[in-house]
Design a protein around this ligand. Structure first.
Ligand SMILES: NC(=O)c1ccc[n+]([C@@H]2O[C@H](COP(=O)([O-])OP(=O)(O)OC[C@H]3O[C@@H](n4cnc5c(N)ncnc54)[C@H](O)[C@@H]3O)[C@@H](O)[C@H]2O)c1
Length: 359
């Protein structure tokens, strides 16, 4: 097992990464001083697969467990579902000291995290992520939210968990497309922060896509370490944490313009390519690095070319992005593989040229 510390003064916690960890969560909670009740919030798919083993460990540690299930899907990140969960927490006699475990992908992590942050002004939250995306990204850093009025993540708060447990074994049942979706965030982390990790990915991504457990453990732990390091320096995203949005400005726009036919990770992969091309045209990044990025994304099973969608719609969608400034655009750019910067100086004409002129 690998342990990564997220140092945030009074809100510090550990991310534990390894195979077969679900059953140990109960004893770890006991070690952290909890006893009595515990609540698991999960979705139907994950419930059928993993609640049993998590619950067994909690039983051994003498917790009395309530399981609350919601259907899978982004639509559950709503105030309506949150309200329903508050009611179920009250019915389960959940107190301020009762640990709430978010067992599932990023949807459950964000939703249960938001509910834990607000129920009784905050109850202890344990993130137990089961998708690659959740293990390397959404479970770490304390962003919790629901969607509202057609806008993603518009109601939420920063609320750090007290423990994150990423059981690599759980990835075995993940559909391949979900694995690649998570790999987009993995490649992003390497590209913005670590050339040596990027090189490791170049060699090992195919094994990862074949669910090689040891390789996945290294990948999850290293990506978690990068995220932890960035969050420690800028918890509330006033500066450095913004580099985690690499590929996301154009990525979000492509995702929206494709009417969500493309998955988030696929759109971000294309967004990363576009941002690399912009970096190169601005004279920041060597062209050979753009080629290297494309090779690694292909190995991750991700698209690297602009799909056949209305490019005007992509440009339109970008106008709504909160990261866009008035006349110049804010972008995360690359100086080299492993080193990113935030620029407020990107000419809209250049972005247009890259998007429109891209085959
Ligand atoms: N808080 C953050 O910092 C942050 C960061 C990135 C993304 N997010 C959010 O994360 C969400 C996306 O998360 P996601 O990609 O994990 O999607 P998801 O939670 O919808 O999970 C994808 C699908 O996989 C299923 N699943 C989960 N674990 C499984 C397993 N082990 N085996 C088989 N099936 C499994 C789920 O039931 C679901 O159908 C979005 O709402 C996004 O806004 C949050």
């Amino acid at each position: 097992m690998k342990r990564i510390k997220v140092e945030l003064a009074a809100h510090s916690y550990e991310v534990r990464v390894g195979a077969g960890l679900l059953e140990r969560v109960g004893l770890w909670l006991k070690e952290l001083g909890f006893s009595g009740r515990a609540v698991i919030i999960t979705d139907t798919t994950v419930n059928a697969l993993y609640t049993g083993v998590l619950e067994r460990g909690l039983d051994i540690a003498e917790f009395s467990v309530t399981v609350i299930e919601v259907p899978p899907g982004e639509e559950q990140k709503s105030l309506e579902t949150a309200a329903d969960l508050y009611g179920k927490l009250i019915a389960a006699y959940t107190e301020r000291t009762t640990p709430v475990l978010a067992l599932g992908g990023g949807v459950i992590g964000d939703l249960a995290g938001f509910v834990a942050a607000t129920y009784m002004r905050g109850v202890p939250l344990i993130q137990v992520p089961t998708t690659l995306l959740a293990q390397v990204d959404s479970s770490i850093g304390g962003k919790t939210a629901v969607d509202y009025g057609g806008l993603k993540n518009v109601i939420g708060s920063f609320y750090q968990p007290i423990l994150v447990v990423a059981d690599i074994e759980a990835l075995k049942t993940l559909p391949k497309v979900e694995l690649s979706n998570g790999l987009a965030e993995v490649v992003k982390s390497a590209v913005i922060r670590s050339r040596s990790f990027f090189e490791f990915l170049g060699i090992n991504l195919l094994k990862a896509r074949d669910f090689h457990m040891k390789v996945l453990e290294v990948i999850v732990a290293e990506t978690a370490r990068i995220k932890a390091e960035i969050v420690e320096k800028d918890e509330k995203e006033t500066g450095l944490r913004g580099i985690l949005n690499y590929g996301h400005t154009i990525g979000h726009a492509i995702e929206a313009a494709s009417d969500y036919q493309l998955k988030h990770g696929q759109a971000v992969a294309i967004g990363m390519m576009a941002a690399a091309k912009i970096s190169s045209r601005m004279g920041l990044l060597d062209e050979s690095e753009v080629v290297a990025l494309e090779e690694v994304l292909v190995r991750a099973g991700l698209p690297t070319r602009m799909p056949d969608i209305d490019k005007e719609a992509v440009l339109q969608a970008m106008q709504h992005d909160k990261k866009v400034l008035q006349d110049k655009l804010r972008f995360v750019l690359l100086k080299s593989i492993g080193s990113a910067l935030i620029s407020d100086d990107v000419e809209p004409a250049l972005v247009e040229e890259v998007i429109v002129g891209w085959g």
